[in-house]
Design a protein around this ligand. Structure first.
Ligand code: SAM
Length: 288
């Protein structure tokens, strides 16, 4: 088992009476060199616990299991879940959770979390996400894993290029927003590879990227405050074209002007011009 060619993916689906479902982002990664690159970047070890969201026909899963790690996979498609149960029936290091990885906008699937925590308890290695993510869930999923699961040390995945651009964006750029600030505050984000549409079957209409996110060891605030920090950014950026003194008023109320002046920030700047360090200072001042 070393990843599946397009012919293998097609025949696995046909044998199960399935065909790719666009609505579920079923674009199977068939460029096995790129798939190996993703695994190399994730660098899983035998004592690690891996989370794979959207295992599909199990192509990436096979590569991950080859590394000796345990894999918890979450698949929404009932037909694919059945295919995976049969395919990995003899594999004790594979656990499948069937269902939506997200139970709500800011809530991870509770059965998945329970399964993860139970296996994490006796795992001496690192927790890691390795996945070819369905486009629809990438942003909320990455945000929630970064914010809620500090026991996931690295997140290596393929996502829509546009989402990758937002994660990697520098302040002042068009793509810079809450996702960029949260990601760059909690982690270091690197681009592993660009994936053209032909790396997948069926071909998506957009380009994709593989990214590697490595959690930082030290944060500018307590890890438990990450959700509040993300909420502040989310609200502030809803008015990204307005000056800070206006954009921050709905979030910080009457204190907005005073907090901007106490942190030495120019109130006429726009949210997108503040680097992460300025957001940290503002968040710290707002909590005092
Ligand atoms: N891992 C396979 C590969 O690399 O070729 C398939 C990846 S495909 C881009 C995305 C997979 O995510 C599909 O198997 C799809 O059914 C599954 N999926 C879509 N939405 C999901 C969700 N909300 N929760 C869990 N799995 C989901």
């Amino acid at each position: 088992m070393a990843g599946q060619s397009i012919a293998e993916v097609r025949s696995l689906l046909a044998a199960a009476g399935l065909s790719p479902r666009h609505r579920l982002g079923q674009n199977f990664l068939i460029d096995l060199n790129l798939m190996r690159k993703v695994v190399q970047a994730a660098a899983p070890r035998a004592d690690d616990l891996l989370l794979e969201v959207g295992p599909g026909t199990g192509s990436l899963t096979e590569l991950l299991l080859e590394r000796g790690a345990r894999v918890i996979a979450c698949e929404l498609d009932r037909g694919l879940a059945e295919l995976l149960r049969q395919r990995f029936a003899d594999q004790p290091r594979f656990t499948l959770v069937e269902g939506d990885v997200l139970a709500g906008k800011h809530t991870l699937n509770p059965e998945l979390i329970e399964t993860w925590q139970a296996q994490r308890a006796d795992c001496r290695g690192h927790g890691r996400l390795v996945a070819n993510l369905p486009y629809q869930v990438a942003t909320p999923l990455l945000m929630e894993l970064l914010i809620q699961r500090p026991d996931i040390a690295t997140l290596t995945c393929t996502i829509q290029k546009e989402v990758g651009d937002r994660l990697l964006a520098e302040h002042g750029s068009r793509d810079y927003g809450p996702v960029s600030v949260v990601a760059r505050t909690l982690a270091t984000v690197t681009r592993v590879a660009l994936l053209p549409p032909q790396a997948f079957w069926p071909r998506p209409k957009v380009d994709s990227v593989a990214i590697h996110i490595e959690r930082k060891a030290s944060l500018p605030f307590a890890a438990e405050q990450s959700a509040d920090f993300a909420a502040l950014l989310q609200q502030a950026f809803t008015q990204r074209r307005k000056m800070l003194r206006v954009a921050l008023r709905p979030v910080l109320g009457e204190r907005a002007a005073e907090l901007l002046s106490s942190t030495g920030l120019d109130p006429t700047l726009r949210p997108e011009s503040l680097p992460p360090s300025a957001w940290h200072a503002l968040f710290a001042a707002a909590r005092r």
